[in-house]
Write a protein that binds this ligand. Structure first.
Ligand code: ADP
Length: 346
């Protein structure tokens, strides 16, 4: 008996040592969310104190932090990239797993090195884009000054140089837009009058199509949106421009704004080339293209749908894509009720 107790004590000791050597913070919580035990990393990452914090309610101990609010709301879904209460400038991914009899284990992983790298990447892209902007504007300006009629032999070359410098300029502008959207946590909310915006989108589609497609607008609600007028225009018009660019001549494009049971949906349907299912999951990645040649021929930068995704995220909206190769695609943006406004009474 004594021998077994000793073996048990050694095993327990080893288990504690092992848990203390883990880089992740582990906190065992009872059924009322009180702290039963925690490892060493929980001291450094969460700021818990050995000998003091046993038995305390974890949400109270972490009062005033994002983590506390998440714990109070039931901690059902994992939490990504929250400030570490125990370490200045630290960032954590946190989750809670149930175990045993109504107990829970909270696990917090230090993701600070990753967030630092991510920050370096973001700064690099923003700086490069910014540095390229001025020289490109100068080159573009000089190219515009040159008259192809002066040197007819070089006219095709000049045309190509102008088109390419315009494309580079567009890529730089799109990258700068993406950098801005990435660093933004929320938008300044304003009323976005949808009747006017939809009319503009339709006009833009017609201008881009130049009579090659039939453009229809279907509206069954007069509600407006709450958000950033500039960013929403950019996202919604991106979908219109894609529909025109990826639909052969003679096809049709339908822009819709409809009320649904849980909000409202803006969608653009086309009868174009469509997208094979295997590509759908990756469409919003930067520079991801189903067909590079088709994208380039029509002036695409490969950044449009990334911009759409970021703008929608900032408005807590969802992007949906349905597509059948050879038949066409529908891209939809679903906005929740908190983003809808009744129209202004004149
Ligand atoms: P791009 O500037 O290349 O159009 P996007 O990010 O807007 O970049 O779109 C990514 C890719 O998704 C496009 O290159 C194209 O292959 C595909 N795509 C987007 N919209 C459509 C559409 N309406 N029909 C068919 N393919 C589309």
């Amino acid at each position: 008996m004594k021998h077994r107790a000793r073996r048990l004590a050694i095993t327990l000791h080893d288990l504690r040592d092992a848990a203390d050597s883990l880089p992740d913070a582990i906190v065992l919580l009872d059924e009322t969310w009180r702290v039963r035990w925690f490892n060493r990393a929980a001291e450094t990452l969460l700021g818990l104190r050995r000998g003091k914090d046993r038995g305390v309610l974890l949400s109270e101990r972490l009062q005033g932090t994002e983590l506390a609010a998440w714990l109070r709301s039931g901690a059902r879904l994992p939490l990504h990239d929250v400030p570490a209460p125990g370490r200045a400038e630290g960032h954590l991914d946190v989750s809670v797993q149930p175990f045993g009899r109504r107990q829970r284990m909270l696990q917090a992983r230090d993701i600070s090195p990753l967030t630092r790298l991510e920050q370096i990447r973001r700064d690099f892209v923003a700086n490069v884009s910014h540095e390229l902007r001025t020289p490109l504007t100068v080159i573009h300006g000089y190219l515009e000054l040159l008259d192809p009629e002066d040197v007819p032999m070089l006219a095709p070359v000049l045309g190509e140089m102008r088109a390419q410098s315009k494309r580079m300029g567009q890529i730089v502008e799109d990258l700068l837009t993406l950098s801005r959207l990435e660093t933004q946590e929320h938008v300044v909310d304003e009323r976005v009058p949808m009747a006017a915006l939809l009319a503009t989108l339709r006009k833009e589609a017609e201008a881009l199509s130049q009579g090659r497609h039939q453009v229809t607008l279907e509206v069954d609600t007069n509600c407006d949106l709450l958000g950033s007028p500039r960013d929403l225009h950019s996202a919604l018009s991106n979908l219109v421009s894609n529909a025109v660019r990826y639909t052969p001549n003679g096809g049709s494009i339908t822009i819709r704004w409809r009320r649904t049971g849980d909000g409202a949906t803006y969608s653009v349907s086309d009868t174009g080339y469509g997208i094979p299912a295997s590509h759908l999951a990756r469409l919003t990645e930067r520079f991801y293209r189903v067909s590079s040649s088709r994208s380039r021929e029509t002036g695409g930068t490969g950044l449009g749908l990334s911009i759409v995704k970021h703008v929608l995220n900032l408005h807590q909206a969802r992007l949906g894509v349905e597509s059948t190769p050879g038949r066409g695609s529908t891209f939809s943006c679903h906005f929740g009720p908190e983003r809808l406004l009744d129209p202004e009474t004149p």
